[in-house]
Design a binder for this molecule. Structure first.
Ligand SMILES: Cc1cc2nc3c(=O)[nH]c(=O)nc-3n(C[C@H](O)[C@H](O)[C@H](O)COP(=O)(O)OP(=O)(O)OC[C@H]3O[C@@H](n4cnc5c(N)ncnc54)[C@H](O)[C@@H]3O)c2cc1C
Length: 415
């Protein structure tokens, strides 16, 4: 069992996708790296387990492409709702035209082992409880460990401690819930269709009373395990909270789909969590430290996915370790890369998922493969700066405008 050393070049706290990616890429630079997590692995993480092409591209770069393809492969999405259904393949642009579904217990353990194989010292069961700072830099982090309190001095710190970000909070990170955030619940259940190679989004999720909710339901087949991961993602803001318990909503969604999805038995591992979305955070970097993944609000407000951004920002964060002062440069890099798309997405998400809007738009969009492809492309943030087509240019222009007039700036530096 690796132990925490007293001193290290790069300390990464949190071994989800963001932390393991950061630790892998940091170790590749030849620095000494510790990857520390409070949980003991393998551990579960409340999630839909869906991997988009953006995530597959990162796994390919990490050298885990063959591994993920051996788990499960999805060809695209099946959108259902309002009496319609459409199959929309993953886009064939920039990223591999495939997705996957891998339970997080498995994915996160594999990523963490992979970082260790690259040279990171992976230590689990150790909780970061305080920081030692000198000016705007962090000089050490204190951990509660089974052997008692331990201090690890570090040259650089990468904080990847997830949605609640306890360490981030100690450093001044704040999550501003004035823009759209997600409230989401999931469960596993046995299904005869667990090897279906499309992931399903249901745009008409309902509460037990039959009211259509602002969000979507999903059905993600995990492959040979015989299980599907199902759940409901709802959009909320401080002004319009969800105000209902997710448990009965997820149970109702499962019952509603029991026959169609050939579900068997009862729901397993039911759990729910919040999703910080669209960069609605401030205070995500200091002199020698930066925050990545969920803790930095890196979740797409139009679909609630964040594994890809966790992997991407883990890599980008590791690339910034030589910078003299990260306090301005890290938020600026995130704004430049994600700012426009996130700003626009968090502005339009509550409207897009309005049942009234969907009831009017879904039949038209589902009936036209070109329209469905365009809608799917922007919802999944499959637009790159090099794309010159009309959809990409319009999306980028609206994104830039949205970011300029945002009342809640994205990735605001520490005030
Ligand atoms: C219900 C639900 C469904 C979702 N479905 C999808 C999906 O299908 N696809 C998708 O792409 N995204 C999905 N997401 C979002 C996705 O789960 C997150 O974006 C992703 O997990 C972010 O990874 P991360 O590494 O930033 O954080 P996490 O995966 O949360 O990892 C954070 C780690 O930090 C550790 N930690 C916390 N505090 C401390 C501490 N003080 N000391 C040491 N360690 C600490 C935790 O133990 C944990 O291991 C979903 C989210 C929810 C809630």
């Amino acid at each position: 069992m690796p132990q925490l050393p007293s001193s290290i070049d790069v300390l990464v706290v949190g071994a989800g996708p963001a932390g393991s990616s950061a630790a892998f890429w940091s170790a590749r630079t030849g620095r000494s790296v510790v990857l520390a997590d409070a949980a003991v692995f393998p551990r579960d993480k409340t999630c839909g387990d869906g991997l988009t092409p953006r995530a597959i591209a990162e796994l390919d770069d990490l050298g885990l492409g063959d591994w993920v393809r051996s788990r499960s492969v999805s060809r695209g999405i099946r959108a259902v709702g309002f009496g319609r259904e459409a199959l929309i393949p993953w886009p064939e642009r920039h990223w591999p035209a495939m997705g996957s579904v891998v339970p997080r217990t498995e994915l996160d353990a594999r990523l963490r082992d992979h970082a260790a194989e690259a040279g990171a010292i992976s230590v689990d069961g150790v909780r970061a409880v305080s920081v030692v700072q000198a000016g705007n830099a962090v000089t050490a982090v204190e951990f509660d460990t089974p052997e008692g309190r331990r201090t690890v001095r570090c040259r650089s710190l990468i904080v990847a401690d997830g949605v609640r970000s306890p360490l981030g909070k100690m450093l001044g990170r704040q999550w501003h819930r004035v823009t759209a955030f997600g409230v989401s619940g999931r469960a596993y259940i046995e299904s005869d269709l667990a090897t279906d190679d499309w992931i399903t989004f249901d745009l008409e999720p309902r509460d037990p009373a039959g009211n259509v909710l602002r969000g979507y339901g999903w059905m993600f087949p995990t492959g040979d395990s015989g299980l599907v991961n199902l759940g409901v993602f709802l959009i909320a803001t401080k002004k319009h909270p969800v105000g209902a318990s997710l448990r009965p909503i997820v149970a109702n969604y499962a019952e509603h789909n029991r026959d169609r999805w050939k579900l068997r038995g009862t729901l397993q591992h039911q759990a729910s969590a919040l999703l910080p979305m669209g960069g609605a955070v401030s205070g995500i970097a200091g002199g020698n430290w930066l925050i990545v993944g969920d803790a930095a609000g890196l979740v797409n407000p139009l679909n609630g996915e964040g594994i890809d951004y966790a992997l991407e920002t883990g890599r980008l964060g590791a690339e910034q370790l030589s910078a003299d002062d990260l306090s301005e440069s890290w938020p600026a890099l995130l704004r430049q890369r994600y700012g426009g798309a996130y700003s626009l997405a968090r502005r339009v998400a509550p409207r897009v998922y309005s049942p009234r809007v969907l009831r009017a738009a879904a039949p038209r969009v589902f009936a036209s493969p070109a329209l469905a492809d365009r809608a799917f492309r922007v919802m999944g943030n499959f637009v790159e700066p090099s794309d010159r087509d009309r959809t990409a240019r319009t999306w980028r222009a609206l994104g830039a405008l949205s970011a300029r007039v945002d009342r809640q700036p994205l990735f605001e530096p520490m005030s």
